[in-house]
Design a protein around this ligand. Structure first.
Ligand SMILES: CC(C)(COP(=O)(O)OP(=O)(O)OC[C@H]1O[C@@H](n2cnc3c(N)ncnc32)[C@H](O)[C@@H]1OP(=O)(O)O)[C@@H](O)C(=O)NCCC(=O)NCCS
Length: 211
């Protein structure tokens, strides 16, 4: 029986667990530091906290971090891997993924997402529901492309960046590390590291609750 451990009993975690079942995982257990106060996440059980996951990695065929915050997800992923956790990727069967795309470990690609030929998807990336990543895009570690966001061909997105729901990025644009593109924004010029940009065309604002 195949067993998957998911760290992070969030709403996103539920969607990931559901996708994992669609991929054939037979047992899906959550771990979260809110345990034992929180013992379930939708249809799934929360069976322990991070420390318990770390000490029981050998009982799972795969482990995945389903934490929305990109930097936290990256850190937890590295910790689990260092302890021998088998980081797996969940590619929903209703996503369309070119066989000429490269997908790293710890990646989640949800229903309706499209990944075209030549795309290179880094470790821990989330490609959320119905987003599209076109040909030759390069996404760094723990990037999150939110639902319905669209990257045209040849876009580069640096580590830990977050592209908000419904945002669009013009072809060949370079987006730096740790950037936030606000919901619905349209990016038509390169974005330097650590900026938050919003609007059409997207312009920078001061960071507050960004990624
Ligand atoms: C860009 C973003 C990170 C800014 O968050 P924030 O720092 O908390 O900003 P605030 O909500 O305080 O808004 C600051 C100002 O920017 C405006 N603003 C915020 N987000 C905006 C957006 N996406 N487009 C246009 N204007 C926006 C607000 O109206 C506000 O304007 P005001 O000062 O004139 O009132 C956030 O609004 C956003 O778009 N997040 C993406 C959400 C998302 O994609 N979720 C999907 C998860 S799967």
């Amino acid at each position: 029986m195949s067993r998957l451990a998911i760290l992070g009993a969030s709403g996103h975690g539920k969607v990931v667990a559901d996708a994992a079942e669609c991929c054939g995982w037979q047992v899906v257990d959550f771990f979260d530091d809110a345990w034992p106060r929180v013992v379930s996440n939708g249809a799934w059980q929360v069976v322990g906290d991070t420390a318990m996951l770390k000490s029981s990695l050998q009982h799972y065929d795969g482990v995945l971090v389903a934490i929305g915050n990109n930097a936290v997800r990256y850190r937890k992923m590295l910790e689990l891997e260092e302890l021998g956790g088998r980081l797996c990727s969940i590619l929903h069967p209703a996503a369309t993924i070119s066989r000429h795309a490269v997908i790293d470990k710890g990646v989640v690609i949800l229903a309706g997402a499209v990944v075209n030929a030549g795309a290179d998807i880094g470790p821990g990336v989330i490609l959320n529901t119905s987003c599209s990543v076109d040909h030759d895009c390069v996404l760094g570690a723990c990037v999150h492309i939110s639902p319905g966001a669209r990257l045209a061909g040849g876009v580069k997105v640096g580590d830990l960046s977050w592209i908000g729901i419904g945002a669009s990025v013009r072809q060949l644009i370079n987006i730096g590390r740790h950037v936030t593109v606000g919901a619905g924004g349209v990016v038509v010029s390169d974005v330097a590291d650590s900026l938050t940009v919003i609007g059409v065309p997207a312009k920078k604002i001061s960071n507050k609750n960004a990624n």
